[in-house]
Design a protein around this ligand. Sequence first.
Ligand code: KIV
Ligand code: ZN
Length: 395
Amino acid sequence: MFIAPTQNSLDYIQRKSEKRVVRLLDTTLRDGEQMPGISLTSQQKLEIALALNDLGVDSIEAGFPITSRGEFEAVKRIAKEIRGSEVIALARANKQDIDKVIEAEVPAVHTFIATSELHMKYKLKLSPEQVVEKAVSAVEYAKSHGLVVEFSAEDATRSNLQFLSRVFQAVVNAGADRIDIADTVGVAYPSYIAFITTYIRSSVKGNYLLSVHCHNDFGMAVANSVTAIENGADQAHVTVLGVGERAGNAALEEVATALAFLYGYKVKIDFSKINKVAKLVSSYFGIQIPPNKAIVGANAFSHESGIHVHGILSYPLTYEPLDPSIVGAERRIVIGKHSGRHAIEYVIKQLGLEPREEAIKNILNKVKDLADQGIKITWELILKLVKEEYGDVNN
Ligand code: KIV
Ligand code: ZN
């Protein structure tokens, strides 16, 4: 059962005054698609890109063109069709990968190389000097082809900070437009992200935007992303529903809503479209949205307990942090074991009937008895109980 929004809730959130504009780079179609077992068709990728463009994210990471022919074609198609959001594509810090981005006619490249000792030694088998050289050459090459360049330091949060700063400074000097601190295995926590963001911001000189890319291995991705923004980052990498490798990435809907409505940053998206985009991604990725998922879960704005429903029916902000309509969701009153008389009275009124005390009591008792037996209280069942009291009802 749905209740229409009654008023704007923003005045009741303890948010700070409006701050600077922050950017969102959505990587649902690249890091999100790296989620185990997921492979989108070119058409699905395009539809998600169009929805993200409609939502208004600043940047859409369309994919990793060197991965396969299909991926290359999909990225090329997205770059051709999207107008509004920047389209960017991934490339390792080498010429072949960057050439694929250029060939796909994508205007921006996201190039990366690992900077932690762990990755340099065991994966890349390169010395720190060679890593700096490869990073700089990749950025110079991409810039010489007129691309916007975002450079990520993979595993930045497990890197030596002086070395990380050195790599970032070198790529900024080579022309990188944006540098990104990647928490590749999600080991950062808010106070560390605050520290590393502040350190990089103050030690790397020049004209660049600072970004963060947070994974969710310890469930910290959203908290880390917003903390980085609070500490001077300009952009957060996000994915719809937090899809991505292992435990996924920072969830767009949570990062964006927290930044805008808790912290008071300007986030240039149309919040009313967030639920629609989440449903599209859920369907194409073949994953259910958990009912208790913040902002987009079915229960995010649902209420059952008697005390809460009473509050909601009197004044919705008593038990909601913001009006559901802001994020394109609907408020739901659920009838069940925890219901109180106000919910039943509300149902009766909604059906155009006079709420009689005796009828309310009888229906509520039956609901509780049935729920105690483990029976799910569906709308059909409620109608049946109302009919038992009132005879036939129009619904
Ligand atoms: O998690 C990661 O390090 C990445 C990089 C490509 C930025 O996804
Ligand atoms: Zn990642």
